[in-house]
Design a protein. Structure first.
Length: 437
């Protein structure tokens, strides 16, 4: 692997792409440390130190922003608005015929959907930025901090508008940086920025585990956490690479004097066809009741029940609901992202068939049957990956948003594998030995 990296840097065009990507990453990380105007940075740092890893409802979003959310910087929202907009557009593609028609138009339709995604990203950034400023002004961003209400000393409407505009502009810049990596770098721009955001929280989280440990000055806990993380990464790599290959045979066709077709290929159906989307959906949905309870006044019975059962990652009710939601969203997302009838129609149109299965409706039913069979272990795998690290690390004082949790591991491994494959494909075009042998 190191030899392949050395060869990549010795190739002029690949070296330019890698250095350009590294430069964009540096710019992105610098932006996560520049506070927006109107924020008392001293009070923010004091509240961050008092929180000491217990970030409550905003921990997941803070992880995706590389720690910039709780710092209230210009990149505080990070790429979360873009991720949300992309997921919303992908879901609406199945519901709205116009978007479905655009998706089938090829590159022109994809460009139009990308434009809609940008507009929706800006709208969501304005909405989320306003919510973040309002939360910071009320002192709810850091519950329990003594100076939480002093984070935004100026309560004027003009100051609030300026803060929202700065965070919205920061989100637009992040989106632009991601597209630059996709166009001029090594590709997968948004995924790489997400990877960097999560990886940036690793050192501080690991050091917090070491500081809170008691065995051998915390080094036993530190080593155990690292070992558990490596085992989980190896397991995720193994399952993410697993797939069911359905053989497809194309019949020969005579066009003029030439014979076309007659080739054999396969349809790769991954065990984890949904990726990390079900985990993000389940986490976001479970945050909604807790968020409503946090901003509601009074001490009603429903608020007490939510604060008791749905705000702690190690509570049995929270764990059960989290697991069931992940399984549900795994089946839901696979159902809307993979259409067996469309695949069967395309195979029939080009003379393809699955050996032993008739073309048309029987093929669609067979694909649906196989997809449901492999989605069950995939959904259970997602649920276990999301819950086992949390339950194992709770004894070391880690919260549910620790970087070795399910969401971060799935994203880091998925993005890492995809990036390695892209660099490997470019190396193989030059007859170089790649990363994966």
């Amino acid at each position: 692997m190191l030899t392949a990296f050395a060869r990549a840097f010795r190739t002029p065009d690949l070296r330019k792409k890698l250095l350009f990507t590294l430069g964009i990453i540096v710019v992105y990380r610098v932006g996560t440390h520049i506070p927006i105007p109107g924020v008392d940075y001293t009070s923010v740092q004091r509240c961050v130190d008092e929180a000491s890893g217990n970030q409550g409802l905003f921990g997941l979003v803070n992880m995706f922003s590389g720690g910039a959310l709780l710092q209230i910087t210009i990149f505080a929202l990070g790429i979360m608005p873009y991720i949300t907009a992309s997921i919303i557009l992908q879901l609406l593609t199945v519901v709205i015929p116009r978007l479905e028609a655009l998706k089938k138009e090829g590159s022109a339709g994809t460009a139009k959907i990308t434009q809609y995604t940008r507009y929706l990203t800006v709208a969501l950034a304005i909405l989320q930025g306003t919510g973040l400023v309002a939360t910071a002004r009320s002192g709810a961003l850091f519950s329990g901090c003594t100076v939480a209400s002093q984070i935004v000393p100026d309560r004027a409407i003009f100051s609030t508008i300026v803060m929202v505009i700065c965070m919205t502009a920061g989100t637009a810049v992040v989106m632009w940086l991601g597209e630059l990596i996709t166009d001029r770098g090594i590709g997968n721009g948004m995924s790489i920025l997400m990877f960097i955001s999560i990886a940036a929280t690793f050192p501080s989280a690991l050091w917090a585990i070491k500081k809170s440990g008691t065995l051998a000055d915390g080094w036993i806990e530190f080593g155990t956490v690292v070992a558990v993380g490596l085992v989980m990464v190896a397991l995720v790599v193994f399952v993410e690479q697993a797939q069911r290959r359905i053989p497809v045979q194309y019949a020969k066709r005579m066009i003029g004097r030439r014979s076309y077709g007659g080739t054999s290929t396969y349809i790769p159906l991954k065990v984890n066809q949904a990726g990390v989307i079900p985990v993000i959906f389940a986490s976001s949905l479970l945050y909604i009741p807790a968020l409503v309870a946090q901003f509601s006044s009074g001490n009603s019975s429903w608020k007490t029940w939510i604060e008791t059962n749905l705000t702690k990652g190690d509570h049995p009710i929270y764990i059960s609901m989290y697991f069931l939601l992940i399984v549900f969203f795994a089946f839901f997302y696979v159902a809307i992202s993979f259409n067996p009838e469309e695949v069967a129609d395309n195979m029939k149109k080009y003379g393809g068939f699955i050996p032993g299965i008739r073309a048309g409706r029987p093929t669609a039913e067979y694909l649906s049957y196989v997809l449901n069979r492999i989605t069950w272990p995939g959904s259970l795998y997602l649920g276990l990956i999301a819950l086992v690290p949390t339950m194992a690390l709770v004894g070391f004082g880690a919260n549910q948003n620790f970087p070795f949790g399910g969401t971060s591991i799935l994203i880091i491994v998925g993005v890492g594998l995809e990036t390695v494959k892209q660099i490997e494909s470019q190396l193989q075009q030059r007859n170089y030995e790649g990363f994966l042998r």
